[in-house]
Structure formats: structure tokens, C-alpha cells
Design a protein around this ligand. Sequence first.
Ligand SMILES: O=C(O)c1ccccc1N[C@@H]1O[C@H](COP(=O)(O)O)[C@@H](O)[C@H]1O
Length: 226
Amino acid sequence: MEKRTTKIKLCGMRTVEDIEAVNSCRPDFAGIICTDGFRRYIPWQEALELKERLDPSIACVGVFVNETYEYVETYLKRGIIDVVQLHGREDNYYIEQLRRVMMYQGTVAPVIKAFTVRSREDIEEASRSTADYILLDNGTGSGESFDWSLLEDVGRKFFLAGGLGPENVAAAVEQLQPFAVDMSSRIETDFKKDPVKMHQAVEAVRNLLKTGDCIGQTETGALCFS
Ligand SMILES: O=C(O)c1ccccc1N[C@@H]1O[C@H](COP(=O)(O)O)[C@@H](O)[C@H]1O
């Protein structure tokens, strides 16, 4: 029996205070928006400073939207990020080419490909992705969730994003059993990361194991209870 341990990603870090809060609540991943034009974007020099302050046990995810391979590579080469998240129209060809560039440069990193979910066709497209992980979302940091009933049979491990926060993340984990949950908008107050909400969200997921209700999953996916 495999013990259930849902991974946690907190995204959209912009300041040193955000990183201090991340280091204190210890998610598995912390995300930085690397494409200009989005509200949470920060320039690479600031991203580098955040990475230098990030606890090394927490993986730094760079979020890119329709960037060139070379642009993504500069973040890897500078040691700013450990994982690449593609959140635009990047297809399997793009992922293949990006992997070639990373291989050539000696910067190979896992790739997460995000998909906006509107229909079953979107899930089917996601399931064909050659990315290391898929991420199912409602948009680009919109703070809104999507129709979870579409996720009945995803067929592979997935990151779940879109409108998750302290008040609903535990229910999402119990209902959908994602590989990881990803949160940004709902761990903010007045458009800034809120350390209290960040802690509450992380604890909401981690407490699921402590409550003694659900202690794991069988190989067929059934939940086990203590
Ligand atoms: O958050 C952004 O500004 C963003 C910009 C461009 C691409 C993706 C972005 N965010 C991603 O959205 C989800 C979080 O969604 P929510 O805010 O919790 O609803 C996460 O995957 C972020 O990487």
C-alpha cells in the first residue's frame, strides 16, 4: 500500500517576505512567474534573489507563457529555477525541443505542462502530453476553479490548480486525489501573499493525514481509513 502524500505548490512569489513565509510553512514547490505582462511577474534579477533565499529543500518552479527555449534556458543556466512550468500554448514539439536545449546545455529539469480545462477533450489532450507532469487549471492565476466532475478519469498524475485555498484545498485532495495541489490567488489578501493563509492552506493538506481518517491508497486507487 502506498501512503498518500499530496505535494503542495505555492505560486506567484514576488518578495523576500513571501519567501520567508514559504520557508516557514515548507511546501514542496514555490513558483515564480517568469513571463512579463502578468501581475505577479518579477524580473530575473529579483527571481534570483528569491531563489538564493529559498530553503534548498523546496523546489523553485519557473512559470513561462509562450516563451522561447532560450529564454527558459537562461533561468535554468542562472540557477534560478529547478522545474519548468509551461502555462501557454506549448505543445509536445516545444517540449521535445526544450529538452534538447536543456540536454545540450546540461540543465535538464522536469517539465510541468498546464492545461486549461473546459471539457473532456482538454483532459484527453492533457493525458497525451509528453511533459513529466500535467497541471489542470482554470486559467493563468485566475483564482477560479473549474468543473471538477471532468476529472473523473484523468489517467495520470496531475497537479490541480485554480481557485484552491485554505477553505477548499482539503476537500479537493479528498475528492480528486491529485499528485499535487497548486495555489496562488486564494493565499493572497489585497493582491499580496498572506503568510496566515499560506500556513492554513499547507496545514489543511498536511492535517488530512494526521486526522487518522485517510491513511493511504491501495494500488487500485481506493482510499484506506484507520
Ligand atoms: O499567477 C499568475 O499570475 C500566472 C501567470 C501566468 C501563468 C500562470 C499563472 N499562475 C498559475 O495559476 C495557477 C494558480 O491559480 P490560482 O491563482 O490559485 O487560481 C498556478 O498554476 C500558477 O502557476
